[in-house]
Design a protein around this ligand. Structure first.
Ligand code: MN
Ligand code: MN
Length: 318
């Protein structure tokens, strides 16, 4: 069950209203790397988790992320507090009010549509979506994804810290950023607490391809490093000479029933293209000087120009 404690996980001290900054901070409220996405990702993983240690950790972190959602949402609410009451009470002149809610970002949408409250959107006003939760229900996949998600959240907080000079906001964002680092550490430890964690799943990779590095982008700039060179790697530079990699004919085949073969042949015959055709198309008929040179004609009039085009040009000159 959930209970609510009225004290925030971290104190929010905002110096002054700033609706434009509030819009930017929504990135961590309802954005892809934001706190709601994190909370929902770990909460749903926790419910489905069979391992008692991971279940406990996921529910702990999910609940903490909800507490972060509360902190970032409270900062947004404080930053919009002035705009909210100004709009509701309409005590400003129209022009002044117009200027104040158009302070930047999507602050006008925040004011008009959401009344200055923290809305579950990203910083551009795109509504939050469950598609941000990329859980696959396999702990070694999901922990890797969680590690990446925490690192993204850390970077977004860092960027937000860099754009504000409000010391109270900087302080609270610094706390939130640091907690993402701590979560990344927990997820890394949990991943490596699973003895066989690579590759994900039960099936091993095919031995012939598991250590193959395919140098598909060749030319100046080709670089070697631990990602493609050394004991763990077989490097393939002769791509053409080794196609297809399985030694087969590289064709795609399927066995069809007699009825399917018949239908397929009829379809192929009906839709066959004629490589010898010389069709006049809308582009030929409609093309003028502004359309540039058409097919193989000379702009002055080539001998092999389509009849219809010759007629169209003759009419124009007459
Ligand atoms: Mn968080
Ligand atoms: Mn986190």
């Amino acid at each position: 069950m959930f209970m609510h404690n009225k004290r925030l996980q971290y104190t929010v001290r905002v110096s002054e209203p700033n609706p434009a900054l509030a819009s930017l901070l929504l990135e961590q409220f309802g954005g892809p790397d934001g706190e709601l996405a994190a909370a929902m990702r770990y909460f749903t993983q926790g419910l489905g988790e069979a391992d008692p240690g991971r279940k406990d950790m996921l529910l702990d972190i999910a609940t903490e992320e909800l507490s972060h959602l509360e902190v970032i949402g409270s900062i947004v609410a404080m930053l919009n507090k002035g705009a909210k009451s100004a709009l509701t009470e309409a005590t400003m002149e129209e022009a002044d009010l117009y200027m104040s809610i158009n302070a930047g970002g999507n602050s006008h949408t925040q004011a008009i549509l959401y009344g200055g409250g923290p809305a579950l959107t990203n910083s551009s006003g795109v509504p939050w979506t469950a598609a941000y939760v990329d859980t696959r229900g396999d702990p070694v996949c999901d922990l890797r994804s969680n590690i990446a998600a925490e690192s993204r959240a850390k970077i977004v907080y860092e960027r937000l810290i860099n754009i504000t000079d409000d010391p109270g906001i900087k302080d609270a964002l610094g706390f939130l950023m640091t907690r993402e680092v701590a979560h990344q550490k927990s997820f890394e430890k949990a991943l490596y607490s699973i003895k066989d964690n690579f590759p994900p799943g039960k099936l091993p990779g095919l031995a012939a391809y598991a250590n193959l590095y395919v140098n598909t982008s060749q030319g100046e700039g080709d670089t070697t490093g631990p990602w493609n060179e050394g004991d763990q790697w077989e490097r393939l530079d002769d791509i053409e000479g080794n196609l297809p990699l399985d030694g087969g004919d590289g064709d795609a085949t399927v066995t069809l029933s007699k009825a399917e073969v018949k239908d397929y042949a009829a379809m192929a015959k009906r839709l066959a293209s004629d490589p010898k055709a010389t069709p006049v198309t809308g582009a030929d008929l409609g093309g003028g000087p502004g359309a540039g040179k058409l097919s193989d004609e000379d702009m002055g009039g080539a001998a092999d120009m389509p009849e219809a085009k010759k007629m169209a040009l003759a009419q124009t000159k007459a």
